[in-house]
Write a protein that binds this ligand. Structure first.
Ligand code: ZN
Length: 203
């Protein structure tokens, strides 16, 4: 069971040093406009479907990811959430909203592929002529298994299709990952996924 808790109240049992809330806000301020601009571009290209899809970048001490329920074509700075750590039990984050329910997938990719700096994802299928590698079966989103399932494919291609779900791209920057998404996703193939209750918990 995954639950969220706010980083402000988190006690680090391992004694590790992680960014404090002031430094985290500086990181959010630095990158928020990139998220907003890339989200708008995704929207302009018809790839933002409701609150589906999410963006993230790797930053010192963790990652920044769009919040749960945010619409990519209309992002606000307070919808950029810092995640300090994610595992099967917990997602430790800083922000007034919870991080995307697919945060664990982003985290798993960054952990397994240290060269990846940014990830973009929309719930839209791939363009037919692009020969984009696809996972073989649908795996519930927001699970570590989904992250692990796509990693072998992402090691060979920077664009992957999650069967019956949407396209995921990786890049050296949010702009690069976004551009891969725009090149490869077909706006005529949106997926409306079954609603899953947002995992917002222990504050
Ligand atoms: Zn998705």
């Amino acid at each position: 069971m995954i639950y969220f808790c706010n980083l402000n109240k988190m006690k680090y049992e391992d004694g590790a040093t992680r960014p404090d809330s002031i430094n985290i806000q500086t990181l959010i301020d630095k990158y928020a406009q990139d998220f907003i601009d890339c989200g708008k571009l995704i929207g302009k290209n018809g790839l933002s479907v409701g609150s589906g899809g999410n963006l993230s970048i790797k930053v010192p001490g963790g990652m920044l990811v769009t919040s749960t329920g945010s619409a990519l074509d209309n992002l606000h700075a307070d919808e950029i959430i810092f995640v300090a750590e994610a595992n099967r039990e917990n997602i430790y984050f800083f922000g007034s909203k919870g991080p995307s329910s697919e945060s664990i997938n982003h985290w798993t990719i960054y952990e397994e592929m240290p060269d990846v700096k940014a990830i973009a994802h929309v719930n839209v299928g791939p363009k037919e002529d692009k020969n984009i590698p696809s996972t073989l079966e649908e795996i519930p989103y927001g699970t570590i298994e989904l992250g692990l399932d796509i990693i072998p494919l992402l090691k060979k291609a920077n664009v992957v299709f999650l069967k019956d779900h949407g396209v995921v791209t990786i890049g050296q920057s949010l702009t690069e990952a976004t551009n891969f998404l725009i090149e490869s996703a077909d706006k005529n193939k949106p997926f409306i996924l079954p609603f899953v209750k947002p995992l917002i918990g222990a504050q």
